[in-house]
Design a protein around this ligand. Structure first.
Ligand code: UTP
Length: 291
């Protein structure tokens, strides 16, 4: 089984749940304390053995590209002020992986964004990290999924158990347990509105590993709700044809595309932050007394 070394991070969405800020700041660059969420995604991919990352961007998303570029002004300034740690940090970020950028010219859905990556992927299996989902885990979630791909030789959907009332917002999977955290998924339904349409409480959240056959499927998948090409419609075909692995990953997910998720990530990770964690906890305890 070929090792997975490529990943796609779709980050071209309009981020309407994060309006008004997303009109001018891409939600994928919003900070968790002092680092953009996109850095967490890139680091997660790298920790899973990924060497080549394609970030799908769009208009108004230049900030993402700039962040991974070497800023000469900062280099000179930091060197002159002897701020060696900050300089080393910037150099490390710029060297994390081979990062490529491609514009999705129209935001025609997650499936369309993935289809834009076809020539970059070139026939290999690859990981997809949804650009607004930050995961914190002991073993990187992408690594858990690539390991499952290498073990079972099938596309892998990262899943979580979701409360019944929330399933309407996600993709519900028909899946039977195999062993441990792995299930065999043979069907799925995107945003089921009626209780009787829900297959299970397992929903796809944030990470998948796909074989290159997904591109052929995407090309023949009709555009669905909102005129968008849905990745889940294509994964449904894959699951029905050859089965996929649903892998209940171990990790904490923060939905940086939602206001609540953005705040949760900031509070929970600020508490653990090396520089400000102690002061922040002291502040938070005092502040909580006033609530
Ligand atoms: P979302 O559905 O969460 O992103 O897509 P969105 O459309 O920006 O969200 P809202 O509902 O308007 O707030 C998951 C990921 O796929 C990317 C998004 O940037 C996000 O990281 N995406 C979505 C694309 O790259 N292209 C698209 O056409 C749609």
């Amino acid at each position: 089984m070929k090792k997975i070394t490529k990943a796609v991070i779709p980050a071209a969405g309009l981020g309407t749940r994060m309006l008004p800020i997303s009109r001018t700041v891409p939600k994928e660059i919003l900070p968790i304390v002092d680092r953009p969420s996109m850095e967490y995604l890139v680091r997660e991919a790298v920790a899973a053995g990924i060497t080549d990352i394609l970030i799908i961007t769009g208009r108004n998303k230049e900030a993402i590209e700039n962040y991974f570029d070497y800023s000469i002004e900062y280099k000179d300034n930091l060197a002159a002020k002897n701020k060696t740690a900050a300089l080393a940090d910037m150099e490390e970020v710029c060297r994390l992986a081979n990062i490529y950028f491609l514009r999705q010219k129209e935001t025609k859905g997650l499936g369309h964004a993935i289809l834009c990556a076809e020539s970059f992927i070139g026939g290999e299996p690859f990981a997809v990290l949804y650009g607004d989902d930050v995961m914190v885990a002991d073993t990187p979630v992408t690594k858990q999924l690539t390991d499952a791909y290498e073990k079972y030789g099938k596309g892998v959907a990262g899943v979580c158990e979701v409360a019944r009332e929330d399933l309407k917002k996600y993709c519900s999977l028909k899946a039977e347990p195999i062993e441990g955290r792995a299930y065999l998924c043979t069907d799925m339904i995107e945003k089921p509105q009626r209780e009787e349409d829900m297959f299970s409480n397992l929903a796809i959240l944030g990470r998948v590993v796909l074989p290159a056959e997904i591109f052929d499927i995407l090309r023949t998948t009709p555009y669905g709700a909102g005129g968008e090409l849905q990745l889940t419609d294509a994964m449904k075909v894959l699951a029905r044809n050859e089965g996929m692995i649903a892998y209940k990953y171990d990790g904490k997910r923060y939905d940086m595309g939602s206001k609540l998720g953005f705040l949760q990530a900031n509070i929970e990770l600020a508490v653990k932050h090396k520089e400000i964690g102690g002061d922040f906890v002291a502040y938070l305890k005092e502040f909580a007394k006033t609530l």
